[in-house]
Design a protein around this ligand. Structure first.
Ligand code: SF4
Length: 405
């Protein structure tokens, strides 16, 4: 599956050889040495249901990462404060995956500019996202964390993929149609070709595994198609990335209707204090049948009960279900248990974030080191690509520039 001539990921081979928890890692005095927050991955306890309150546990089977996968890429737009939807939907999986595979995680700022934004805010958004990732357990000792625009080869490869994929395919992408509907004033070409920049993000490092939710499978198919077209036309360079299907955890927001999102103001932030968590959770929508304390409800029709599924123990879930159906508990009682468990999950992240904020240069160092480690890999891939495509101007003319004057 791996393409020939792939540059090694710095440290990845050693990590694999020694195991992710090898002595070298134990000896490091990183700010992040405490490791990820308490997450029981299904891999650690196959088939187990959550047994400890206050621990966010991925639902269902673990991300199915085939053993042959050797390099994982994923990214997230710097869209503001991270919330528990980001955590349950992506970050918890990333934290689990870095135990098993070399991973590259990118803050994809070039994707973010396809929406309206304030340039003055972008650096802070990027930093905030990096802080949030590190606080959530992304470990720069095991994974590479960087900002997409720090490696300009992403954009160069995306342009090449632009010349290979038919327009009609891009126009059929569901996310393009949705985004074009959501921002009719700004249907820029980048919205259309967004999936090809995603393809380049993956291919530039010859990553062969990409964690995806069901809604992203179409984009990964596009990436696979783009690299296939390149390989067929110019010669084998890229592996076809495989989807690592993540457990489906669509997290609805406090309104109980729409996906959790900061722009909808229906979120609980990963850095929220217990007081803020409760202030936001207390008025959250519940089953409409429970107008009065004495009205029985249907827990399956309540978003708070879904959150019990993410954060509470089986005993607590059984207590909530029974109490809801019999009106034995009030919604306030029920929410207080969820709030307690959410806080138990967030507390280690808040602590780690506070520690990082006491050392402001640390995040910048991590992002700089990530870009420095990846640029040579991206440059090597582009040299290979240009050579296959007959685009040898950089080599042919670089040394003679100015000699004719
Ligand atoms: S008791 Fe709990 S599950 Fe039932 S409606 Fe109230 S908050 Fe929802």
């Amino acid at each position: 599956m791996l393409a020939r001539g792939r540059a090694p990921l710095p440290g990845a081979g050693a990590r694999l050889a020694r195991g992710p928890r090898g002595a070298d890692i134990l000896q490091r005095s990183s700010l992040l040495r405490k490791g990820p927050p308490a997450v029981t991955t299904p891999e650690e306890t196959p088939g187990a249901t959550p047994s400890r309150p206050g621990r966010p546990v991925p639902e269902g089977p673990p991300p199915a990462a085939p053993a042959a996968i050797t390099r994982i890429f994923s990214g997230m737009q710097p869209s503001g404060e991270l919330h528990i939807g980001n955590w349950l939907g992506a970050l918890a999986n990333w934290v689990a995956l870095q135990d098993r595979h070399p991973c590259i995680f990118s803050i994809v700022d070039l994707h973010a500019i396809t929406q309206d934004y304030d340039p003055a805010e972008m650096p802070a958004r990027i930093r905030d996202m990096a802080l949030g990732w590190l606080a959530a357990g992304i470990d720069p000792e095991r994974s590479i964390v960087f900002v997409q625009s720090a490696v300009p080869e992403h954009a160069e490869l995306a342009w090449i993929f632009n010349t290979l994929v038919p327009l009609g395919l891009l126009e059929r992408m569901t996310q393009f149609k949705d985004k074009a509907k959501n921002q009719p004033e700004n249907v820029n070409a980048g919205l259309l070709t967004y999936p090809l920049l995603q393809a380049a993000d993956i291919a530039i490092y010859k990553a062969d595994g990409v964690p995806v939710g069901e809604d992203q499978v179409q984009h990964l198919e596009m990436a696979r198609d783009a690299v296939r077209k390149f390989n067929n036309r110019y010669g084998e360079v890229f592996p076809e990335p495989q989807p690592i299907l993540s457990p489906a955890r669509k997290v609805l927001g406090l309104d109980g209707e729409r996906k959790m999102s900061k722009s909808l103001d229906n979120q609980i932030g990963l850095n929220d204090s217990p007081e803020v968590v409760w202030a936001r959770l207390a008025p959250a929508k519940t089953d409409v049948r429970r107008k009065k304390r004495t009205d029985p409800g249907v827990p399956e029709d309540c978003n708070i009960f879904a959150w019990h599924g993410f954060f509470s123990s089986p005993e607590e879930r059984a207590w909530a279900a029974e109490g809801c159906r019999t009106a034995g508990i009030g919604c306030r009682d029920c929410k207080q248990v969820v709030a307690k468990n959410i806080d138990a999950a967030l507390a280690p992240m808040r602590e780690r974030r506070a520690e990082l904020e006491r050392h402001p240069g640390r995040v910048d160092e991590i992002l700089a080191a990530g870009a420095a480690a990846l640029r040579p890999i991206a440059q090597a891939t582009m040299e290979e690509v240009r050579e296959k495509m007959g685009l040898d101007a950089r080599v042919r003319y670089a040394s003679t520039a100015g000699s004719g004057r």
